[in-house]
Every structure is written in C-alpha cells, then in structure tokens.
Write a protein that binds this ligand. Sequence first.
Ligand SMILES: [Zn+2]
Length: 158
Amino acid sequence: MKELNIITPVLSVGYDELSESDRRLVDAARGMTRKSYAPYSLFSVGAAVLLDNGEIVTGSNQENAAYPSGICAERTAAFYANANYPDARFTAIAIAARDTSGEEVAEPISPCGACRQVLAEYEQLASRDVKVILAGRGNIYVLPSVKSLLPLAFTSFE
Ligand SMILES: [Zn+2]
C-alpha cells in the first residue's frame, strides 16, 4: 500500500499583485456579477474566460423557476467561448460573486463540481494549464490549473 498526497497550490494575492492581464479578467468577472439572473438564490456570479486569441468571453449565472434548468456563470462563459471560438483555447478563467447583500463576497468562491468537470475538459483541449483566479473582496486565490481544482478528474481521452 502506498499513500498518495495530492497537493493543490493556491496563491492568495491582493488585486494589486495580479498582472495587468489577470486584473482585466477579474474586472470582467466582477462586472458580470451585475448581469446575472438570480431571482431565486440572490447570489450573483460572474465568470470571464481568456482565450489564446486574446478574446475575453464572459458569463453570469442564469437561474430558472425549474431550478435544475439554470446554469452557473462558469459554464455560461465556457460554453459561449467554445461555441463562438471553437478554434481558440482557454488560457485562464476568473470568477467573482456578489451575495444577497449585494456586496462582493469577502472570500473567493470556487466552481461547483459540474463546472470543474466542464473546465477540466477545456483545459485538456487546450493542452496546457488553464489558470483559475477566484476573486473575493478580501482575498484573491490563484490556482495554476483546473486540474488542481479537480484532481483525478474523469476525462474521455488522455
Ligand atoms: Zn457551477
């Protein structure tokens, strides 16, 4: 028997410590929290995907009275990005959120399991690490890849 320890490296940084490109991505994700349709949860999430062609594609959570029919901000952005730029590859994603008070969450939120799965596949398609930036009001977490958020991910090809 052998124990394997999987380590998730997370950089906790301030906004001013981000590169200009990362700040633009965080700004885009934060802006999208104002455009979510979240009348049920009142929890507004924004996501911004940076593609290798320089495009930033954004999304926000979209809810529905039939709850499972809604979709997270991350998948809204990811699916739109790949639908409109099928030849481009993901390089980074930023995620931000605003809670029921309307304030940006103090601590970063992290993608749900379904979004991690979807992002892991786009990371695999990109054949490179896709940086994940989780923005909170107080802290911003930077992870080097989606697979660091979803170790031992299920994938259809290796
Ligand atoms: Zn999700």
